[in-house]
Design a protein around this ligand. Structure first.
Ligand SMILES: [Zn+2]
Ligand SMILES: [Zn+2]
Length: 429
């Protein structure tokens, strides 16, 4: 077995005070904060050379960290060692009679698999074995874990299923607008061509009818563009639908957040005879009338994003309905205009049983974009995006909205949380 030090976990009573101490006394900055709901902890990651310190604060009295603090006070909690194959490592340890806390690996933060060795075996130290997620190797944090799904949850009487149409990559600078690279590169390390990995995550809403929101970029992209965008569709929407127990025939309604190719490329397909046709044979398609106008009257700034092959065949086939701001798609599911990214860009709100979920599309392309000024350089009206985000974040925190991040490489959905003026995302899917 070959291991390398990945991080050191430290239990703290007050993360704000602890991170301030590490910053002021040792010059270590927080690169990223993550709520781990299942463990009831908030983890603050501080890069220190090749490894990280992980400061762990309990978010509830029943958290393992709260119990640790009660028993022993703040201090060293665990040492995490990365391995290439955690199952092989556990088998080797089991064969040697080593006492394990986890016989089988379980999902940890950032898509990793983790398992703990009992401290009685390791001279009183709790040892975490960690198999980092397979991902894009870049930056000193080494990987961006890629999460594929499908992932499902329920919202009142509705079932929500997040799917994947694969991954692609866009220029990191363009994805973060005026935010300096030194701030975003630790969260989403770029590759050697300055691109960051992004997902494409259509969402299925199942109630009396089955609604699909966006459909990824589809399979009509040529090889040259695929290389520019670092397209990885080894696993795509057809696989995801099958894994979710769905077929294209099951979809009743297909909704577009907006008509950019990475959202609606999967709306149509090229048949064997070269003609283009709607991909979901039974579905009614819905787009915003203003967005349709803009997509069919492109200018130099947005022309590369609006490809007629993705939406004109729908109009020709008579299956497309154009609607206005706030339109109800099915009961509980409606458009809400965010503007900003495009003039008529829509998020989709989903309400059932007193709970709310929001498909944020390109308003929050990733969970890294939740700070209000972290607005994409691609946005046509960035100040409008900022205004919408400010108001929306307040609502989402107070109303416990489950927010779906369409382009996040590592997570499908989470809750926005605010503690001590810091806004973070608690991953749910
Ligand atoms: Zn877009
Ligand atoms: Zn997009």
């Amino acid at each position: 077995m070959k291991v390398r030090l990945d991080h050191i976990g430290i239990a703290v009573a007050d993360a704000a005070a602890a991170t301030a101490w590490y910053r002021d006394r040792l010059g270590l900055a927080v690169a990223h904060v993550e709520h781990v709901g299942s463990q009831q902890v908030t983890a603050h990651f501080l890069p220190a050379g090749e490894c990280l310190l992980e400061l762990l604060e309990a978010t509830a009295p029943s958290s393992p960290i709260a119990k640790f603090l009660e028993k022993r006070g703040p201090g060293l909690h665990h040492v995490a060692l990365a391995v290439d194959d955690i199952r092989a490592a556990l088998a080797e340890l089991t064969a040697a009679g080593v006492r394990l806390i986890d016989q089988q690996p379980r999902p940890g933060a950032e898509g990793a698999l983790v398992a703990f060795i009992h401290p009685s075996e390791a001279q009183g130290v709790l040892v975490e074995l960690k198999q980092p997620a397979v991902g894009v190797r870049a930056g000193h944090l080494a990987t961006v874990p890629l999460f594929r799904g499908p992932a499902r949850t329920t919202l009142g009487s509705l079932e929500l299923v997040s799917l994947s149409d694969g991954f692609f990559a866009l220029d990191g600078g363009a994805m973060f607008g005026v935010v300096p690279r030194t701030l975003w590169e630790r969260r989403l390390p770029p590759d050697d061509r300055h691109r960051i990995p992004l997902g494409m995550r259509p969402l299925v809403v199942r109630g009396d009818q089955t609604v699909l929101i966006d459909a990824g970029c589809g399979d009509k992209i040529d090889a040259k563009c695929a290389a520019i965008y670092g397209l990885d569709r080894q696993y795509h929407l057809a696989h995801a639908l099958a894994d979710a127990g769905l077929t294209v025939e099951d979809i009743d309604i297909v909704v577009a957040s907006h008509l950019h190719f990475d959202h609606v490329g999967g709306f149509t397909e090229r048949r064997a005879d070269g003609t283009l046709a709607p991909r979901f044979p039974r579905a009614r398609y819905i787009a915003h009338a203003g967005e349709w106008h803009d997509a069919t009257h492109p200018h130099e700034r947005n022309r590369a994003s609006y490809l007629g092959e993705n939406f004109l065949p729908l109009m020709d086939a008579g299956v497309l309905t154009l609607v206005a701001d706030g339109a109800e798609i099915v009961p509980g599911v409606r458009y809400r205009r965010s503007g900003g990214h495009t003039a008529h860009h829509q998020v989709v709100t989903i309400e059932s049983g007193g709970r709310t979920a929001v498909f944020a599309a390109d308003m929050y392309p990733t969970s890294v974009h939740v700070p209000d000024p972290w607005v994409m350089g691609y946005d046509l009206y960035p100040v409008d995006t900022l205004a919408f985000k400010r108001a929306f974040a307040r609502e989402a925190v107070d109303g416990e909205y489950l927010v779906f991040f369409e382009h996040d490489p590592s997570m499908a959905a989470g809750y926005l949380r605010e503690r001590g003026g810091t806004r973070t995302v608690e991953r749910v899917l």
